[in-house]
Design a protein around this ligand. Structure first.
Ligand code: GTP
Ligand code: MG
Length: 138
């Protein structure tokens, strides 16, 4: 089984969509093996999204990600990274396929309700940033 890292973003926690998003993840066969609700500081959001630091939307992205509570999660399944990217849908909700989380819930390309790791190596790094081994209950 593979693991991936997921974040339910502030636009979704604000609208009380944590359960609705978790239901979609679980229906796709992803098991939530760790989960916590936290509020990132701006500095923590900048560290987490450091790979995007030269992109024009970096300021907007990190301010948004530190604007309210998030739910950080570890998801486990066969091909978890790909499975999660499929159920998330395209970054821009206007391009997302019907039935995906972003199609149903996202507000815009920035406020797009969910983050998912883009590969197994990134997933391992992101999981280690948020969780200790003891918190992963597979
Ligand atoms: P993540 O799972 O959040 O990493 O999304 P992604 O992999 O589909 O997209 P990407 O890694 O390219 O971008 C990371 C995040 O930056 C996106 O999820 C958006 O929230 C935000 N983002 C990307 N492009 C734009 C943009 O043009 N404008 C704004 N405001 N935000 C953007
Ligand atoms: Mg990404």
């Amino acid at each position: 089984l593979q693991r991936t890292f997921s974040i339910i973003k502030p636009d979704a926690t604000r609208r009380n969509l944590t359960g609705a998003i978790n239901a979609k993840l679980e229906a796709a066969g992803l098991r939530i093996i760790a989960q916590k609700r936290i509020h990132l500081t701006l500095a923590q959001a900048q560290t987490f999204y450091g790979v995007h630091k030269d992109r024009p939307f970096f300021g907007e992205l990190t301010e948004f990600m530190s604007s309210g509570p998030i739910v950080a999660q570890v998801l486990e399944a066969e091909d978890a990274v790909l499975k999660n990217r499929e159920v998330m849908g395209a970054t821009n909700p206007a391009d997302a396929a019907p039935g995906t989380i972003r199609k149903e819930f996202a507000l815009s390309i920035g406020e797009n309700s969910i983050h998912g790791s883009d590969g197994p190596e990134t997933a391992a790094q992101e999981i280690a940033y948020f969780f200790s081994g003891l918190e992963l209950v597979g």
